[in-house]
Design a protein around this ligand. Structure first.
Ligand code: AMP
Length: 476
């Protein structure tokens, strides 16, 4: 097995790695560090949680240790799709360069231009940036990219999702042709393939734990949920989430709850907090200082539950998350892998529990297809959701604490966003019907048989042939 000492890293880097408590390089590190140190281009196909950040930061700083920063001309550039991920890379950089004298500037939204410009003026070894912000600095004329010797593109597939590819192409063209490129992506979409063919030169391709297999260490479950009534579904779903959290007991040391919509991130966080859970939200609409403070609390163990949107959660480095809850099935199956990758990181076990509503069924099928396995179904810990009682209790438990106007304000967007159009729901129902016979009868639906075998929902005038079973019709 490869050891860090076999990798030819600068002794100061090695010391910092030892301090970080890493014993052996992860596969992406063992595969990417040697060619990167030889000055070769690297195409790393690895997702978050595999140790990929260190796989480019460690060789990069080893190489940079051999030269000097020059005013306004950074020697290396790391591009990341989100502020959080960029900040995360910057943190890793600080951690691994603690015994070296390398400087960095972080160019992301929410950090002042002026301060960063002063740093660039003095000369930095590493620029860590989101593409848009980097180009903003460039347009202001204060930055030259002609001194970039090493360029890293991190999470290229996410850049593609976020529409950053034209910016990346432009940035590539602003850097010297002779630069070394370290390029990372979790998947190789055709557009990513095109970029790598254009801008990388004979790269060493290092592929680790494909998406489909990366999640094997994580215990995964899904609860099929259908509200008793549409106007109660949202609060029943939050009750279900609380029950799922409670069921984990002490095993849940810290967790992230993912929601598809920002409005839900807020609603779920508020609702949990109201019920006495230690939870706070993080999403793109919160200002940067608030996001940083919440993240810091979570990382330091002062906050137990983080409620997050996908974008805000990119690049969160929280090594010891025990649980991930998917409040919704993500609409892009790949996000499921990213989300659950927050737990079970770097050799640790984790647990991921997802709630799937009938309207999520199509996305759910996509998720199972992507990971190529069936996610074990978990019984709803609240039991079935029969018509009235529990829902009514839950409603009244939530209602009195809000004024009428506040309730409107918070519930409306959710209701609008969540409640499917009646026709769409009717259309989705057959395929949305959960698999067990118990839940099938529970889900009801128009024109289907109830438990007595009668056809319900067609009014008084039931054509007699419909009441016959298929076999009866064939023979009779
Ligand atoms: P990343 O994939 O870069 O987001 O890294 C995932 C997590 O693994 C981070 O928390 C790193 O601190 C941690 N990590 C990176 N390399 C190693 C290693 N060789 N051994 C143990 N943990 C590591």
């Amino acid at each position: 097995m490869t050891k860090f000492t076999d990798l030819n890293l600068d002794p100061k880097v090695l010391k910092a790695v030892t301090d970080a408590g890493y014993e052996t390089p992860t596969p992406i590190q063992a595969g990417a560090i040697p060619p990167a140190l030889q000055g070769r281009d690297v195409l790393g196909i690895a997702q978050t949680g595999t140790g990929k950040t260190a796989s480019f930061v460690l060789p990069m700083i080893t190489l940079l240790g051999r030269g000097r920063a020059r005013a306004r001309m950074p020697r290396s550039l790391v591009l990341a799709p989100t502020r959080e991920l960029a900040a995360q890379v910057a943190e890793n950089f600080d951690q691994y360069t603690k015994y070296m004298k390398l400087t960095k500037a972080l160019l992301i939204g929410g950090v002042s231009f002026k301060e960063q410009e002063q740093l660039i003026d003095r000369g930095v070894d590493v620029l860590i940036a989101t593409p848009g912000r980097l180009l903003d600095h460039f347009e202001r004329g204060k930055l030259l990219l002609t001194g970039v010797q090493i360029m890293v593109v991190d999470e290229a597939d996410r850049m593609l999702d976020m529409g950053f590819i034209p910016d990346i192409e432009r940035i590539f063209s602003l850097t010297p042709f002779t630069r070394q490129t370290l390029f990372f992506s979790a998947t190789m979409a055709p557009e990513i393939e095109r970029i790598t063919n254009t801008f990388l030169s004979a790269p060493e391709k290092v592929e680790v734990a494909r998406q489909a297999t990366a999640s094997e260490r994580i215990e995964q479950h899904v609860v099929m949920f259908k509200g008793s009534r549409r106007d109660r579904a949202a609060s029943e779903k939050r009750a279900l989430l609380r029950a799922l959290i409670d069921a984990e007991g002490d095993k849940l040391r810290n967790g992230i709850i993912f929601c598809n919509r920002k409005t839900d991130v807020d609603i779920v966080a508020k609702s949990l907090a109201k019920y006495g859970y230690d939870a706070a939200p993080i999403h793109g609409d919160l200002d940067q200082s608030k996001r940083n403070a919440t993240l810091e609390d979570f990382r330091e163990g002062r906050l137990k539950i983080l409620v997050a949107s996908d974008v805000a959660a990119r690049g969160l480095d929280v090594p010891s998350v025990t649980h991930v809850f998917n409040f919704d099935v993500p609409s892009h199956a790949e996000d499921y892998v990213h989300r659950i990758g927050r737990t079970g990181r770097a050799g640790r076990d984790g647990k991921a529990i997802m709630i799937c509503e009938p309207r999520d069924e199509k996305n759910f099928v996509d998720v199972e297809r992507l990971i190529d396995k069936e996610i074990p179904r978990l019984e709803n810990p609240l039991g079935t959701a029969p018509s009235d009682a529990p829902a009514a209790e839950e409603e009244s438990a939530e209602k009195p604490k809000r004024s009428r106007t506040r309730k409107r304000k918070t519930d409306r967007p959710e209701a609008e966003a969540e409640a499917p159009a009646p026709r769409a729901e009717a259309k989705d129902e057959p395929k949305a019907a959960p698999k067990s016979s118990e839940s099938r009868s529970r889900s009801g639906g128009r024109g289907r048989r109830d438990d007595d075998g009668k056809v319900v929902g067609l009014g008084d005038h039931l054509p007699s042939f419909i009441a016959l079973s298929f076999a009866e019709r064939m023979t009779g």
